[in-house]
Design a protein around this ligand. Structure first.
Ligand code: PSV
Ligand code: MN
Length: 424
């Protein structure tokens, strides 16, 4: 744990500059009719979960270049998320992927997480890899498989994951299926989807009353020809058939190039069926790189729809998580940057002059509508984020504090230069 005095000390370096920036921005936003304190309160509340599989270095099938000090146990992963949360006051939850991170002693793990002020976000099942000694293989599918024994194995695994989540206080399971086919003719599309639905219904019946099931979709990978749940429409179809506890989960990397993700968000919220987000960014596909590093405007447009939906629909509260892989950067630095990008897009979207936008839309004033959006997008809202952190005793500049505190070196000294985290 970082000592609070250490953060206060580092904040002293930039406090004058921050106060000057924050005062100027507040004056400007107030003159635009925005209530700065409301925006800060919303920023304080936004907690973005960190997945237990994103604390190590990611790689490709060609190689992996770890930087050292990676967490090699669930306890150490919780410590890492705790560190992030101390620095940014926005990473107050961890999402577990099972069986990569099985909480053997739920009570102890729960206490450790609570000591860092962390909650448990959705638990994730894994039926895309065979585990050592597994009786039946997921080679040709899991919940969709033609073999009932394979389906039962996958269904039972999902139920176990829910049970682990119950013990920790999670309230949701995310199901992502690698199921599909790599060659034409391999699967009967309709039957594969029917079997998937029946398997999901079995798992759905195991959900406690206050739980939700998030159904993630992906157009390709690892299968090359078809995926059983390739798109939001199929996920939505399944969620509708299953019932009110099933919702669609949007992972930003799981779309074909140029898909209008913000429109998907709007439609799902209109139906009260958007469950949550996996944030990342990409150039080509599911690149899983730092959120906002390639398409920050798209992220802003997504938040524009999210805020509109949160204000105007009955969509349930959303679950937020970063789902990224860090092939070159220090994983903790990358997560700090992704969290910052998400909060920037959120704050910018809160700065949109919504009455003016509505008015421009009602008159079909296309130029003005664009201008209103871009006025907000081009506002440098970073002092709002810094102010929100400062008031919560976190770092004005989390990345700078991470470096000045020498955190990676401390982790390498404690865990070794070759400690490896589980995950992809
Ligand atoms: C699949 O690509 C995915 O986005 C799912 O959320 C998985 O659970 C996660 O990545 C980790 O493999
Ligand atoms: Mn994902």
């Amino acid at each position: 744990m970082i000592k609070p005095e250490q953060i206060i000390e580092i904040n002293k370096d930039s406090i004058d500059e921050h106060n000057w920036n924050f005062d100027n921005l507040s004056t400007w936003l107030n003159s635009c009719g925005l209530i700065v304190e409301d925006i800060i309160a919303k920023l304080n509340d936004l907690q973005i979960a960190i997945p237990s599989w994103a604390l190590g270095t990611g790689g490709t099938r060609f190689g992996r270049f770890p930087g050292g000090g990676e967490p090699s146990s669930l306890e150490q992963k919780i410590q890492d998320v705790g560190l992030l949360h101390q620095l940014n006051a926005s990473s107050g939850a961890i999402s577990l992927h099972i069986p990569w991170d099985i909480p053997e002693n739920a009570e102890k793990i729960g206490e450790l997480a609570a000591s860092y002020n962390l909650k448990f976000d959705a638990v994730n099942s894994n039926t895309f890899q065979d585990q050592p000694g597994q009786k039946h293989t997921y080679k040709f599918g899991s919940l969709c498989d033609v073999d009932g024994q394979v389906r039962k194995l996958a269904i039972d695994h999902n139920k176990e994951v829910i049970d682990h989540g119950i013990a920790l206080g999670s309230k949701a399971i995310t199901v992502w299926l690698a199921d599909g086919s790599s060659f034409p003719g391999q699967n009967n599309f309709r039957e594969a989807l029917e079997r998937t639905y029946a398997s999901l219904a079995d798992i759905y019946n195991h959900l406690p009353d206050d739980w939700t099931m998030f159904i993630e979709y992906k157009p390709y990978e690892p299968n090359f020809y078809s995926m059983v749940i390739p798109d939001w429409g199929t996920s939505h179809l399944l969620a509708n058939k299953l019932g009110p506890k099933a919702l669609t989960l949007v992972d930003l990397g799981h779309h074909l190039p140029n898909t209008n993700i913000e429109q998907i968000v709007a439609i799902l919220m209109m139906q009260n069926k958007l469950g949550g987000f996996h944030f990342n960014d990409s150039k080509y596909g599911d690149d899983d790189i730092t959120t906002g590093c390639i398409k920050p405007y798209q992220l802003f447009l997504i938040f524009n729809e999210l805020i509109d939906g949160m204000e105007s629909t009955k969509n349930p509260p959303l679950s937020w998580m970063i789902d990224a892989s860090h092939n070159l950067k220090d994983p903790l630095e990358d997560l700090i940057q992704s969290t910052e990008a998400i909060k920037i897009a959120f704050a910018q979207a809160l700065c949109i002059d919504r009455p003016a936008l509505k008015e421009a839309q009602s008159k079909s004033d296309v130029s003005l509508a664009q201008q209103i959006l871009q006025n907000a997008f081009r506002t440098d809202v970073r002092p709002l984020l810094a102010e929100s952190r400062l008031r919560q005793e976190a770092a004005i500049d989390p990345l700078d504090a991470f470096r000045k505190l020498g955190i990676r070196k401390t982790l390498i000294d404690a865990r070794g230069a070759d400690s490896i985290a589980t995950g992809l």
